[in-house]
Design a protein around this ligand. Structure first.
Ligand SMILES: NC(=O)c1ccc[n+]([C@@H]2O[C@H](COP(=O)([O-])OP(=O)(O)OC[C@H]3O[C@@H](n4cnc5c(N)ncnc54)[C@H](O)[C@@H]3O)[C@@H](O)[C@H]2O)c1
Ligand SMILES: [Zn+2]
Length: 701
């Protein structure tokens, strides 16, 4: 049963969060204060509903709210030990929860609870952050908003910021909110509608001022030779660079990538001021936690050759790592983590023991954002969603920089303050609470023929184990539909490719690389089967079988190997061969011969690609009737006729002739593919695994 105040808060949050002008993904938080009957006493109590840690306003639902007792939350002011130990207050929130408390309260809960007004919005609109990061943000705030909006100098989010804002609210009865220096905006109101109107008024007024008072060319003149390349050329260069970039940014740990070549990015990279602005870094804490303090920017024009670009990126990456290490070492030495002892109650002190006490450990010196003039932006993270959002945040940062430079000078918070946020004990604790990554996290898989049958089961399994999936099949609509069954486009995408066509295969590999930043696992599964005797097999039959399977998997392996070699992260190529690659069955000359060809490709490529750390293995399935398009489209009927059983009995027939008497399902093949890709089989290459429930005639020796 939702409290009407909470319901109203959810509706407002969803409206605000779905407008990109209002806040970035998962940025900002909203709250409402109201009464409810205390189930323990039957008396009315005052509660605070506030968006919990990490949630997104646009998609907020009731379980995403933290619910706190207002009197107890405000009582914490009495035990607040001062700004040096404000982090301890987060643990103290545990003693103010109503019932189980809902979602974990975020650090901004203090601001929401301490402000008197019943309804509060804290948001990260690009226009608001632009004023917040302008060199003269305090003066601009007074000029633009008069007494209605008050400037709050930069302060790290926390209890003290809440106290400061509450004091401002009390001291400025005509104010409706404030600009938080280096950070964002906060608005308040007596009703949900009023705070929403106040938030929108601040954002609209900021946007209108920037529009009316800005310089026309905030990023400076256009640099010669830095304009975006034409689309086809741009994408081809991006796809060629991507594996090399992934090799660089995965120096500390493997990352997944996202590519953006929208005009907002390429225009920024064309402008004369982009190197200066990029080196200032992002400002809003939300932004740089995702983007890292600074991007890596290639300082070559759009027409720089691939070789020259890679050489320069390698140098810049080395420099980036050195700079990041210096940044870390400079500020880590002066960062003291919160201490446990103190004036808070014993219960609070105990909870605080959960905060990491040791000095921070460097989390990795590779960039999250790489900017390539003429081409676009590559963004990276431990999974696709994180990589995509990092890119979106850098677009927010570009918008912020443009608007700040339009009306003033962009002046983000200092590196020291950025460091304090990036290596905040509370952030560290949040990271340590994250579930362990799945076995195939950060790996990108391309599965051919995965719109149906065995391929689809393989794609589904690899996705469930954390891999990003590209489904390549003849029909785009079917490929996309299969991908959509597996997950959204952060999980799986579908592309059209006839594996017999060299250009289409290359395009599919490029699409995979642009979708997820690279490629690690390649499954040659596409196939079809004709069951014909030697005398009935036409040249066209022979060619079709060999084109799709022998030639198709050669083309896919070749295109993929280029990426795997450039990426220097090893990888797996897996062939779905067949029992028929070793078993001489009747009426099967074209199919079985091409399967034998595929099986020998496994051994040949295992021998050739081993030096690059690429493993090549195969699976020999047999009799997978259920879900198989091959069986449904005539092959099943013909095999049934060959064996003299009714078609619907074929699965059982195959099961009975196996040693284990079990029917083989697409999932059994998928399981074997997964096992080959795990670190448990890290030392195995050139192997075929039979998945046939035991067929002695097809034993490997
Ligand atoms: N089903 C079995 O018993 C069995 C046994 C051994 C091996 N295999 C092999 O497993 C693989 C998958 O078979 P399945 O039973 O799932 O069949 P399926 O027909 O259900 O799936 C095959 C997929 O490959 C796609 N495909 C066909 N030609 C293609 C091309 N030129 N380019 C891109 N995609 C193409 C099809 O559109 C289809 O989606 C095949 O290589 C098959 O030979 C199957
Ligand atoms: Zn914020």
């Amino acid at each position: 049963m939702t409290n009407p105040t909470a319901a109203e808060l959810i509706a407002r949050s969803n409206r605000l969060g779905s407008d990109p002008r209002v806040t970035n993904y998962a940025g900002g938080n909203t709250s409402a204060k109201g009464t409810e009957t205390d189930p323990a006493t039957g008396e009315p109590i005052e509660l605070l509903w506030v968006k919990g840690s990490g949630g997104d306003l646009g998609t907020l639902v009731e379980p995403g709210l933290a619910v706190l007792r207002l009197d107890r939350l405000r009582a914490l002011s009495q035990v607040y030990p001062g700004v040096d130990r404000e982090d301890e207050m987060v643990a103290a929130f545990d003693y103010t929860l109503h019932g189980k408390g809902g979602a974990a309260p975020s650090i901004d809960t203090a601001m929401h609870g301490l402000v008197d007004a019943a309804h509060v919005d804290h948001l990260h609109p690009d226009a608001g952050i632009a004023i917040a990061t302008a060199a003269d943000g305090d003066k601009l705030t007074a000029t633009i908003f008069g007494e209605k909006v008050v400037w709050v100098p930069w302060r790290r989010p926390g209890w003290q910021l809440g106290e400061d804002i509450a004091a401002i609210e009390r001291a400025n009865p005509t104010a409706i909110g404030c600009i938080l220096g280096g950070h964002g905006i906060t608005a308040w109101g007596g009703s949900s509608d009023e705070v929403e109107a106040n938030s929108m008024w601040i954002i609209d007024t900021a946007e209108a001022y920037i529009e009316a008072h800005g310089r026309p060319d905030p990023f400076g003149t256009a640099l010669d030779g830095y304009a975006a390349l034409p689309e086809v050329e741009r994408r081809a260069k991006a796809a060629a660079l991507a594996p090399h970039l992934r090799a660089l940014v995965s120096t500390d740990k493997a990352q997944v990538g996202h590519f953006t070549d929208s005009a907002v990015v390429t225009d920024f990279l064309t402008a004369a001021e982009h190197p200066r602005l990029a080196s200032l870094g992002t400002s809003c804490p939300d932004h740089f936690l995702r983007t890292k303090v600074k991007p890596l920017v290639l300082d070559l024009p759009a027409n720089a050759s691939l070789e020259a670009s890679i050489e320069r990126l390698t140098e810049l990456h080395e420099q980036y790592r050195k700079d990041y290490t210096t940044y870390f070492e400079t500020y880590a030495a002066s960062t003291t983590q919160s201490s446990v002892a103190g004036s808070l109650g014993a219960g609070v002190a105990q909870s605080l023991a959960r905060l990491p006490q040791a000095p921070p450990r460097m989390r990795g010196a590779d960039p999250a954002i790489v900017l390539v003039p003429g081409v676009g932006m590559f963004s990276y993270g431990p999974n696709k969603q994180t990589a995509r959002v990092a890119g979106e945040f850098y677009v927010n940062a570009i918008n912020v920089m443009r608007s700040a430079e339009t009306i003033s000078r962009y002046s983000p918070i200092s590196d020291e303050e950025k460091f304090r946020i990036e290596y905040w004990a509370l952030e560290e604790a949040k990271l340590q609470r994250m579930p362990a990554p799945k076995p195939l996290a950060t790996r990108v898989a391309l599965v051919t023929g995965a719109a149906s049958g065995i391929g689809k089961a393989i794609a589904t399994r690899l996705a469930a184990e954390g891999a990003c999936i590209v489904i390549a099949d003849l029909d785009l609509v079917k490929a996309q539909a299969a991908a959509a069954e597996i997950g959204n486009t952060d999980v799986a995408v579908g592309v059209q490719a006839n594996v017999t066509d060299e250009n289409q295969v290359r395009a599919a590999v490029d699409a995979a690389v642009l979708a997820f930043g690279g490629l690690d696992l390649v499954v040659n599964n596409a196939g079809l089967s004709l069951s014909k005797s030697l005398l009935d097999t036409t040249v066209a039959d022979w060619d079709l079988q060999h084109d799709v399977m022998a030639k198709g998997s050669f083309l896919v392996s070749r295109a993929a190997a280029r990426v795997l070699i450039d990426q220097k992260l090893g990888g797996d190529i897996i062939y779905i061969s067949s029992k028929n690659s070793v078993f001489a069955g009747p009426n099967n000359i074209a199919y079985s011969a091409t399967k034998a060809d595929q099986a020998h490709q496994v051994r040949l490529l295992a021998a050739e690609l081993g030096e690059h750390g690429v493993k090549v293995n195969g699976i020999n399935p047999d009799g997978v009737v259920r879900g198989s398009g091959i069986f449904a489209s005539g092959w099943g009927a013909r095999r049934a006729a060959v064996y003299g059983v009714p078609e619907e009995e074929l699965g059982k027939y195959y099961a009975q002739r196996t040693l284990l008497k079990r029917e083989v399902l697409p999932e059994n093949v998928a399981n074997a593919v997964f096992v080959l890709c795990t670190s448990d089989l890290s030392h195995t290459t050139g192997l075929h695994i039979p998945v046939d429930a035991g067929v002695a005639a097809a034993f490997l020796r």
